[in-house]
Design a protein around this ligand. Structure first.
Ligand code: ATP
Length: 278
């Protein structure tokens, strides 16, 4: 079982109070209250457009609240500075660019926020990158260009990038989307290891799938409101609910990888959204 720390008197990793977000005046989060205790593995579920990504992006300060409040590890978001504690794996990446970055370069970029300005990577930094690459089984591909990788492998690069900063809190936005079964199992192993380390892990998912056994709690959204917060939902997940109309992206019928069209270029990977900044 987990260490005592979970139930110790520590502030929640995230505390969201009456959070509202609107895009162009249209409400997307409509009074969300949720607390994510430290050391838990929590899934955020819900149909397309229900506000899952908006919620986690708001929790990281990427999307501003219209009203309400968010605390991160006990500190109001606007005053939170310890971003090295947070590992963010975004869902989609912006288009453009073609810098020939290697897997190792991308993974190393996960440490930039944690290093002092202009300081070079230390031996410990390099060891953390090695460890992160090993954790996602990409050691052999460290020198490969990320452009050569499949969508699932690129997803693992992003996870390794988050791991390399050695955070204790992870926010992963749909890490399983468009990832084949083998890569899904690899991701499940990573989540298992993070749980053993008592990391806090928040996963935006459409279904629990191979992660089911690790999920301790699910928060389900519908139309910007929480409709369930508690024990994990049924293994079949939201996608199997009657009336659920989730659309997974299938941009190119000739490409077996449904995420091919959204695959990030290396440049995209280098300029991932930085939590806490607009
Ligand atoms: N930057 C934006 N500007 C305007 N509207 C947006 C923006 N981002 C998201 N939305 C809209 O807000 C709503 C919630 O989007 P969000 O991405 O949070 O939902 P989601 O539950 O994560 O959906 P999905 O499962 O499709 O990823 C949707 O209607 C979406 O179109």
């Amino acid at each position: 079982m987990h260490a005592q720390i979970k139930d110790a008197d520590v502030p929640p990793a995230f505390e969201v109070t009456d959070a509202r977000v609107a895009y162009d005046g249209v409400p997307v989060l409509d009074g969300v209250n949720v607390g994510i205790p430290r050391g838990r593995t929590v899934a955020v579920l819900g149909p397309n457009g229900s506000g899952k990504s908006t919620l986690v992006r708001a929790m990281l300060g990427i999307v501003p609240l219209t009203s309400g409040g968010i605390r991160v590890h006990g500190t109001p978001l606007s005053r939170f500075r310890d971003w090295r504690r947070i590992g963010y794996v975004p869902q989609r990446l912006t288009a453009g660019g073609a810098v020939p970055a290697t897997v190792r370069e991308i993974v190393s970029s996960g440490q930039v926020a944690a290093r002092r300005r202009f300081s070079l990577p230390t031996r410990a930094d390099r060891a953390a990158v090695d460890e992160a690459l090993a954790a996602v089984d990409l050691t052999d591909l460290a020198k490969a260009s990320v452009r050569e990788l499949s969508g699932g492998q690129q997803q693992r690069v992003l996870i390794a990038r988050a791991l390399a900063g050695r955070p204790d809190t992870f926010v992963m936005d749909e890490p399983m989307a468009g990832v084949d079964a083998e890569n899904q199992r690899a991701l499940a192993r990573i989540i298992a290891r993070l749980r053993e380390r008592d990391a806090t892990v928040i996963l935006v998912l459409h279904e629990l799938g191979p992660l089911e056994e690790f999920i301790e709690r699910t928060v389900a959204l519908e139309s910007g409101r929480i409709v369930h917060d508690g024990a994990p939902l049924l293994p079949t997940g939201e996608c199997a609910r009657p009336g659920h109309e989730h659309q997974h992206p299938h941009p190119d019928p000739n490409d077996p990888d449904p995420r091919a069209a959204e695959r990030p270029s290396p440049a995209d990977l280098m300029r991932l959204e930085v939590p806490g900044r607009d």
